[in-house]
Write a protein that binds this ligand. Sequence first.
Ligand code: NAD
Length: 363
Amino acid sequence: MIIGVPKEIKISENRVGLTEAGVRQYVSEGHTVIVEKDAGVGSGISNEQYEKAGAKIIDTKKEVYAKADMIQKVKEPLPDEYELMKENQILYTYLHLAAEAKLTKVLCERKVKAIAYETIQLDNGSLPLLTPMSEVAGRMATQIGAFYLQKDHGGKGILMGGVTGVKPAKVTIIGGGVVGTNAAKMAVGLGASVTILDVNTARLEYLDDIFQGRCMTLFSNAKNIEDSVKESDLVVGGVLITGHKAPTLVSKEMISSMAKGSVVVDVAVDQGGCIETCRPTSHTSPTYEVDGVIHYCVPNMPGVVPRTSTYALTNVTLRYGSMIAAMGVEDAVAKSPALLKGLNVYGGHVVYEPVARDLHMEY
Ligand code: NAD
């Protein structure tokens, strides 16, 4: 199979779909890997390193899409790439289609076989290809919150951990999954006063156990969210109902109840966001204010720490990529129920039920 790796074009997206180690593995399995010129530069991988690993460097994105049987990338294709995708081409990347009606339509029209990293799901419900990026984004969410809470960055001027004799910042984390747990680890580490809300009581028990009283767990309902958000300096949104658009849990009124100069980081923005006032921003213009509350809603947060993220991503994508390259999509999904859940569009139809339902499309 010919595997094509285009350069990412989303703003400040420095990750790339495959490391040089990944190229080496595909080549050793008998495949051809073509990489768009300079695709790896943002992640510190030169064209020469790719060539040394056995890839061919191709000058244009257009040529990569034209030649490849499978496109392996990081973020969803942007409008400039829509025309380049061809019938029966395999697209293996993050897609988040429940928040992307236009792209879903294009993938159907062009009869692309689209596999979304974020919906590949193991029997135990975990999402192995989302996890590493959620670890990155969760950890970043706290760092970013601390940054914007500074007065010189527009915030109320509070140090996360406080100091001796002065209260620390209050941090509310909605969703105690991978993003939430990692945001909490960083916030607890900085000495903040942390509350995590989740609807999954088993998860709350787990969090209670691992944090050993260093953060409070609360059942997620409207009342608890309202009370907790109101008192918070930083709110992190990290909920997910796999494949679906995120539920709106923090209303505009709740945001208005926060003190001016507080910060919200809605990590779930890639699935539409769980804060009513959230709209996607970019790394070049990451924040805006609503009622004096700073909103940070960047859908590709790990894109600015590519040296960490690119390697973490290839570590988890390669296993399923290898199966697809060896067997083709049809046999690979027949063999792996986890991979079958990743298949979102096939033969001109949405074949992943949560996306079809959220976008009111035929399934
Ligand atoms: P996860 O499945 O590990 O965790 C989600 C948690 O949300 C679960 O524990 C679930 O029980 C909880 N939840 C569901 N409904 C809830 C509710 N009503 N109230 C409170 N909690 C609720 O998911 P994750 O890996 O942590 O990802 C979270 C989100 O972050 C996803 O949308 C993911 O795509 C996104 N993400 C964004 C970026 C970015 O750059 N912005 C990067 C990585 C992940």
